[in-house]
Design a protein around this ligand. Structure first.
Ligand code: FES
Length: 67
């Protein structure tokens, strides 16, 4: 699903960027993917996705595994 239409960035692109490059915020997404730098309408959804990704990382680091 496209998150940033202006830059053609998808949720998968953002998840990959978090996992592989350790991006933690909107500034990082702008630098790595060019996302969120034009109209800005995608920023709330991009933030939600970043939070979800980091929640998953915390969950995995804690040693718990999803069923
Ligand atoms: S939709 Fe992302 S900057 Fe416009």
């Amino acid at each position: 699903m496209y998150i940033c239409i202006c830059s053609g960035v998808t949720d998968s692109d953002i998840k990959r960027c978090v996992e592989q490059k350790g991006v933690e915020d909107i500034r990082g997404l702008k630098a790595e993917l060019g996302a969120c730098g034009q109209c800005g309408k995608c920023i709330p959804e991009a933030r939600r996705l970043l939070s979800a990704c980091h929640g998953e990382k915390t969950f995995v680091k804690s040693g718990l595994k999803a069923a």
